[in-house]
Design a protein around this ligand. Sequence first.
Ligand SMILES: [Zn+2]
Length: 105
Amino acid sequence: MSPRRNIPRRRKGANRPRDDESALVNRITGGEQYENGPDGQWAIRRISGAAAVKTYRCPGCYQEIPPGMPHVVAWSAYGDGDDRRHWHSSCWNRRAHRSVRYPRR
Ligand SMILES: [Zn+2]
């Protein structure tokens, strides 16, 4: 009889903080929520103003999100987090209620 194979799983980084920023965000928000959008399921986190320490570019309106502004981080629920993007809260809400095409090239 063949011994039971114990195959190590190589890709299990999805739930692990990838960097300091994720760890910080995780601690502040207590983890992510899931939303179904017109283009699939998305994991989101709501970032408080105090936790927003960098400038981001919102993919909804192409305006900057300045440090100190509460906003939303969203990424594909089935991805590995590499497509994580920062949205204005209002842009995210608008996106969720309209079937806008995701900007892509
Ligand atoms: Zn925006």
